[in-house]
Every structure is written in C-alpha cells, then in structure tokens.
Design a protein around this ligand. Structure first.
Ligand code: SF4
Ligand code: SF4
Length: 168
C-alpha cells in the first residue's frame, strides 16, 4: 500500500522536526514502548504517544491540534528514556504545543493557567488556607512572587502576547 503525504503535511512534519530534541521522529518504527510505559496512556485510552509520533509522520496536523490531546502529556520523560530509537515523543509534544501557541490554538484551560501565572506568580491563588496547610506540614509560607518581574519576562519573550492573542 502506498501512502501519499501532501506538501502541507510534509511542511508541518518538517516544522516539528526542526525543534531541538524532535529531530529523530522518522526513526520511529512503531514498537509501542512509549505507549506501554506512559503513565497517562495507562489512564487515558485516547492518549497514545506512539500514535502521536505516527500522526506527525503523516502530517495529520488537524487531528493533533483538536481537543486536549497535546495537553494531557505530563512531561514525565518516560518515553524519552525508554524509546529504543531515541525518538523523544516528549519533545515532539512540546514542539506541537509551541506550534499550537504560535497559531493561536492554545487550549483555553492552559491559557487561563498561563494568565494566572502572569497575574499571581502561581497557577492558582495562594491564600491563608494554603499557607495554613503548609504550616501543618511544617513548611514556611509560600514565597511572595515578584509578579511584575514574572509578567515582564513573560511579555519580553513574546510568550504572554501569544497566550493573550490565542482565540481557540
Ligand atoms: S517513539 Fe520510540 S518507543 Fe514510541 S513507538 Fe516509536 S520507536 Fe517505539
Ligand atoms: S512525557 Fe508525556 S508522552 Fe512521554 S511518557 Fe510522559 S506523559 Fe507520556
């Protein structure tokens, strides 16, 4: 059987493979080790690192960008360490997330988290309740973040602007 990959699909694949760490995509021989060992795949049947690698090989951008697939990865690097071909699905997922950010398709929940970091310095508000729980565990209060500095860095890198512009 011959599978034809369109020019757009090849361009998309090339873009992913330009990301440092994702260059070895085409070495994947679909052994499935990454899926077998992935802690998220054990719990979420539709999340399959092996399938992500294959979809990128075939340039299936729409299927990869729809839903929350890319944001299920916990970034644990198990696939990175266990792949016999050093394909690094974790880095491929990072590349796909970057493309989704660049093209304004950031998952709304992730967008809200990032805007929270810019505003509060944390992904959620730290109030008295959290600090009391920390105290119960023998921990000091959570450090007060330099929110101006954090926002300035996020803006200077262009990241925050892309987050705010994302309209998915
Ligand atoms: S990415 Fe690596 S571990 Fe996963 S299917 Fe391909 S070759 Fe196997
Ligand atoms: S980095 Fe992501 S894809 Fe790889 S094993 Fe961890 S959760 Fe699964």
């Amino acid at each position: 059987m011959t599978i034809t990959v369109s020019r757009e699909a090849k361009e998309f694949r090339r873009k992913v493979m330009e990301t440092p760490g994702a260059e070895k995509l085409m070495r994947c021989y679909q052994c499935g080790t990454c899926t077998a060992d992935c802690p998220i795949a054990k719990r979420v049947p539709e999340f399959r690192p092996r399938q992500i690698a294959r979809l990128v090989m075939y340039g299936q951008k729409e299927r990869l960008m729809e839903g929350d697939l890319l944001y299920l990865c916990a970034g644990c690097y198990t696939c990175y360490e266990h792949c016999p071909q050093e394909v690094h699905v974790s880095e491929i997922v990072s590349a796909l997330r970057r493309i989704s950010l660049d093209e304004g398709h950031l998952l709304p929940g992730f967008k809200a988290l990032m805007e929270g970091v810019a505003e509060m310095g944390y992904i959620y508000e730290i109030d008295e309740f959290e600090n009391e729980m920390r105290e119960d565990d023998g921990l000091p209060p959570a450090p007060v973040p330099d929110t101006d500095g954090i926002e300035a860095v996020m803006r200077a890198t262009g990241f925050l602007g892309k987050v705010e512009a994302s309209t998915r």
